[in-house]
Design a protein around this ligand. Sequence first.
Ligand code: SF4
Ligand code: SF4
Length: 191
Amino acid sequence: MSDSATSDQTTLVPGRECGACNVCCVALTIDDPELQKVQGYRCKNMLPDKGCAIYATRPDTCRRFFCGWRQLKWVPETLRPDISGVLVRLHYEVSQTKGTKKLGVMVTLLTDAALKAEGLAETIGAAVAADIPVFLHVPGPPGYTAAEARMNDVLRNAVLTRDKAALLEILRRARAKARAGKFKPVVLTRR
Ligand code: SF4
Ligand code: SF4
């Protein structure tokens, strides 16, 4: 949701701007009364230069959305989504038993090359070490739903032993397994 973010809400990391990035205008499913699109397809309002044709009047969903790279200082500069292929989103984990919410992150590796992004393993490792819930999000083909899995437990040993190669291999396998699974078409409800 490119262009400089005007911030009517969230705390943003100083010095980071969307600039030429428009990853969220493609990667997200938006089911807003004013705009419906499914993940994996470019929004119809995207301009050839990656700007937004309706920026001044864009829907609330677009106005409110900022990825983790824009919001979290501990997500490094190198994980800018359009450069790294890594989309980090804030994601609340809700406890069914206690009814509490804990802030975590949802990480989408948009391409195979994303696994080689500088700082990916270190960032995920630091989150796991800090007991921040980390979810791997694996979108199906464009227009289809995604698979998600909490990764903290499966990554813990690699984090404790500081084994970066093992951590990345676990992510690679989890992503490959999820991508081989079955996905359903996204159903939009605001049409
Ligand atoms: S309306 Fe604009 S900001 Fe929203 S998804 Fe489309 S191009 Fe991006
Ligand atoms: S993915 Fe993040 S950096 Fe890229 S356009 Fe969206 S909010 Fe901006």
